[in-house]
Design a protein around this ligand. Sequence first.
Ligand code: FAD
Length: 397
Amino acid sequence: MADFRVSDIDQQIIDKVIEVGNSTTAFTRHYEDNEHEFPPEQLEGEMGFDQVLPLFFKRKPDDTPMMTFQMLLSIARGSTNGVVRGLGLAMPTGRANGLGNAALASAGTKEQVSKWGNLFLAMSITEPGAGSDTKAIQTTARLEGEEWVIDGDKIFVTDGVRCDGAVVWATIDKSAGRAGIKSFLVEKGTPGFDLVRKEKKLGIRSSDTAAYSFRNCRIPRENLLGGDETVPVGGGSASYRGVMKTFNMTRPAVASGGVAKARGALDFATSALAAEGLEVDWTRSHAQRSATEQKLIEMEADTEAATLSVLHAAWLADVGLPNNMESSICKAKGGEVCRTIPQGAMELLGGMSISHDHLVEKYLRDGRISDIYEGTGQIQRLIIARGILGYSSEELT
Ligand SMILES: Cc1cc2nc3c(=O)[nH]c(=O)nc-3n(C[C@H](O)[C@H](O)[C@H](O)COP(=O)(O)OP(=O)(O)OC[C@H]3O[C@@H](n4cnc5c(N)ncnc54)[C@H](O)[C@@H]3O)c2cc1C
């Protein structure tokens, strides 16, 4: 039976994270307006990590299960001011919590995890011609002596500017489809690995997004994650499957970011309307409620449903049960409410909602990406359909 109760110390941490979040809105606004202006470390240093850290040391093993707790923290932090680096600010893992770190943890050997575990790693899969269809990647890796030589172009790398390196997808045999795809760890500073540009974006401007090029980029042979150089006949490689599995962990996290924006927009709308005397009167029947009350109730129900779907996917991971379909369900749901709830809040609030003085417009902009990266809403629905119908990715595309 799923259990989402939060221990006392974890509630204190969540409350502190909200307090820090609320006190740093002006800073994050400034950072967003001046995208890429500050050295990235300054963002974390300025934003109260030190206040939260001591509380973490009071946690005991039987407190709230880790992934469930991380999702609660992410929702709490993201709903205060929409800063995208919420989780990183609140977790004692510090900087080493990029998407590439999740891939390293799930697909790397013990030696690789201990060698690179402290680096801050981005995840670089997407290419100009390969987004949703990841098996279409064109970046190649060929073995020359004791080195892999990487060639290709990558786009949309989250944290690609501030990271220490990236887990990069490349094929070692184009004719083998997904079976030929492997992931490689490429450290910044390796000759032939270049940062091409930083993207300017609609939202999540506190998170940098980069494009990379790899030209005759040579890395040691042991930088192949998992170390398996074989190309299995007739199917995906263990390496490919291993990295795909990391999405079961990262999709709930992305969904929690979307839920956070919905929660932030809804809470703001609820209190702004209450200040004008417009509150849901729970004592009245459905037929007697105003359209505004009805809308607030529907938004609350949708946001709560999305929250519970995130916690469910996280809890399954915490107790070691498969969560492939549930992580897609919560990603689809989180990607939906991050669009519909800020939009609904804007409909209720009118003109004030687009003012820079409030965060609703930022929630709308920041939330939009939650339905795109880590697999779009359409792709999540495809995965859910496969799960329900029992089809493979070859049978239902
Ligand atoms: C800010 C940002 C950060 C990102 N961070 C990373 C990162 O760190 N690492 C990384 O590797 N990538 C990253 N991405 C890339 C992201 O994962 C892709 O943009 C996403 O997977 C969609 O790919 P695409 O943009 O090529 O769109 P496409 O795949 O071209 O899709 C276009 C549209 O078609 C729909 N569609 C595609 N295929 C199907 C189908 N089979 N059925 C139904 N509909 C379909 C999609 O849902 C979408 O609406 C990031 C993107 C952005 C914008």
